[in-house]
Design a protein around this ligand. Structure first.
Ligand SMILES: N=c1c2ncn([C@@H]3O[C@H](COP(=O)(O)OP(=O)(O)OP(=O)(O)O)[C@@H](O)[C@H]3O)c2ncn1[C@@H]1O[C@H](COP(=O)(O)O)[C@@H](O)[C@H]1O
Length: 104
C-alpha cells in the first residue's frame, strides 16, 4: 500500500472519530461547504507557493492539497481508485487533442 492509499484508509477510519480529537472528523462534521472552501484555500496557497520560488513551501502546499482532496473525495463517497481510473482512461490522449474534440 502506498502512502496515498494508506492516507485514504486513515481518512476513512476517522469517520467515527471525535471532532475534538481528529482534524478529519472535524472537517467532516463541518460539512461539504467547509471542505470545499478549505480545498479552494489550499489551491490558492499552492499557487502562491509555486511563484514563491521556495521548494519546501511548494511541496508542503502540494501535500495539503492532496490531503484535503482525499478528504473531499471521501466526503462524496469517492475513492482514489476512481481518480486513478479516470487518469488511466486519459492516458495517451493529448490535452490539446482532447480540447480540440470538445469544440467540434
Ligand atoms: N496529512 C494530513 C494533513 N495535512 C494537513 N493537515 C492539516 O490541515 C490543516 C489545514 O492547514 P492550513 O495550512 O490551512 O492551516 P490552518 O490555517 O491552521 O487551518 P485552519 O485553521 O483554517 O483549519 C492543518 O491543521 C494541518 O495540520 C493534515 N491533517 C492530517 N493529515 C493526515 O491525516 C491523519 C489523520 O488526522 P486526524 O484526523 O487529525 O487524526 C494524520 O495522521 C495525517 O496523516
Amino acid at each position: 500500500m502506498d502512502i496515498l492509499e494508506h492516507l485514504e484508509q486513515v481518512i476513512a477510519d476517522r469517520a467515527g472519530a471525535s471532532p475534538d480529537e481528529s482534524y478529519v472528523a472535524r472537517l467532516n462534521a463541518k460539512g461539504l461547504p467547509v471542505i470545499a472552501r478549505k480545498l479552494g484555500e489550499e489551491g490558492v496557497e499552492a499557487a502562491v507557493a509555486l511563484l514563491s520560488g521556495d521548494d519546501e513551501e511548494l511541496v508542503g502546499e502540494a501535500a495539503d492539497i492532496i490531503f484535503h482532496l482525499l478528504v473531499a473525495l471521501k466526503a462524496r463517497g469517492l475513492l482514489l481508485a476512481d481518480v486513478k481510473a479516470e487518469l488511466a482512461r486519459r492516458e495517451g490522449v493529448s490535452g490539446l487533442v482532447e480540447k480540440a474534440s470538445r469544440s467540434e
